[in-house]
Design a protein around this ligand. Structure first.
Ligand SMILES: [Mn+2]
Length: 228
């Protein structure tokens, strides 16, 4: 039996992802989930997508999920006019490298992003980018909650007692460890790898690692950001 591993928000940090993957030393038996937010903010969105697309070609059990940034990118191309879409991608998302010469998303990337599921359920876990709004009638159909919710409450009945693994919320490292140690039903995995400098909302000294969680041994393998 291989390992079951989960990696959260990468945000364009391709070198850090490569370094983490070296540390993980993936084998053919392993299953690897990604919790979304591969793109934007960091220097190399296309590089991160290339790595994951390549992993999917090499290994049989690579499961990337949708993040709010991928969803927003796809929506932006559909809804914005050409000029504003370019402004959005270049200035706001900082992911110009996802575009072709015609300033459209490169086909490989659009196809990849369109293929992403909103969550994955196993016998004992849910993997999802942000979480589930259990106050809603159909939390598993509520895309806004799945991609954007913060601080949701666990619902044992609706979650069928399964542990929910999420990203999306930059979480201080000791708090990630604490929830794992306490065997919490919601495990936060995002250590805000992109936040390596003073920030108005976050204490960057407790962030800045890209983490990989082993669902069975409950160990974390992390790599300090080397991109920004
Ligand atoms: Mn997010």
């Amino acid at each position: 039996m291989g390992r079951r591993l989960v990696i959260s928000d990468i945000h364009g940090c391709s070198k850090t992802l490569t370094a983490l993957l070296e540390k993980i030393n993936l084998s053919e038996d392993d299953t690897l989930y990604f919790l979304g937010d591969y793109i934007d903010r960091g220097p190399d969105s296309s590089g991160v997508l290339d790595i994951i697309i390549d992993l999917q070609k090499t290994y049989s059990a690579i499961f990337p999920l949708m993040g709010n940034h991928e969803y927003q990118m796809l929506q932006a191309e559909k809804e914005y006019d050409e000029k504003y879409f370019y402004f959005y991608v270049k200035q706001l998302a900082k992911s110009k490298d996802l575009l072709n010469k015609k300033r459209k998303l490169r086909k490989t990337y659009r196809k990849f992003m369109e293929s992403l599921p909103f969550f994955i359920e196993t016998d004992d876990f849910f993997m999802v980018h942000a979480g589930f709004d259990f106050k809603k009638k159909k939390p598993f159909k509520d895309i806004d909650g799945i991609l954007n919710i913060r601080g949701f409450k666990y619902d044992k009945e609706k979650a069928k007692g399964k542990t929910i693994i999420i990203g999306h919320n930059p979480t201080e490292f000791h708090k990630i460890e604490k929830k794992i140690k306490k065997n919490k039903k919601i495990i936060y995995l995002d250590n805000g790898c992109i936040y390596t400098k003073p920030h108005k909302l976050y204490d960057y000294t407790k962030l800045g690692k890209l983490c990989c969680y082993n669902l069975d041994t409950r160990e974390l393998i992390c790599r300090k950001n080397i991109d920004v």
